[in-house]
Design a protein around this ligand. Structure first.
Ligand SMILES: [Zn+2]
Length: 145
């Protein structure tokens, strides 16, 4: 497999559905952070056929992984410290997700009051369903693709 250098501290996000690496990059806010990111797209995978991988070199305490679970709980999160995998993190759905996804309902108060934070709460844990705190509009995962 393609090797994009070793990282000293950070995360390797594996088993990302092919084509979703860029979505994850944006929703984790990596474009606004001072860290090195390697994106491997359409890597061959025995299990998945094709997958994306993200390598992020950063302070491991600075990155909020909650948003990842909302995108796809199937992603494997490897935590790297001193160049070694020290932990494999399980992704669990956060109860609430704030300021990451925008409510698409044009009548929602967040569409009118631009400075209000967008907040979604976990309405159904089994289905991984989120609703807008203000108007209860469903969060549609298709808007991530
Ligand atoms: Zn709303």
């Amino acid at each position: 497999m393609l090797n994009v250098g070793k990282i000293e501290e950070g995360f390797v996000l594996d088993h990302i559905k092919a084509g979703q690496a860029l979505t994850i990059y944006h929703h984790l806010g990596l474009d606004k952070m001072d860290c090195t990111v390697a994106m491997i797209m359409h890597a061959r995978s025995g299990k998945m056929g094709c997958k994306d991988i993200l390598k992020v070199e950063c302070d491991i305490n600075k990155l909020d992984m909650d948003v990842l679970a909302v995108i796809d709980t199937g992603i494997t999160v490897n935590v790297i410290k001193d160049g070694e995998i020290v932990e494999k993190k399980d992704l669990t759905l956060p109860k609430e997700i704030k300021g990451v996804f925008a409510c698409k309902n044009p009548r929602c108060i967040t569409s009118i009051e631009q400075e209000l934070p967008h907040v979604f709460f976990l309405a159904d844990e089994k289905k991984g369903l989120y609703r807008c705190r203000y108007c209860e509009e469903k969060f549609d995962k298709r808007q991530l693709d």
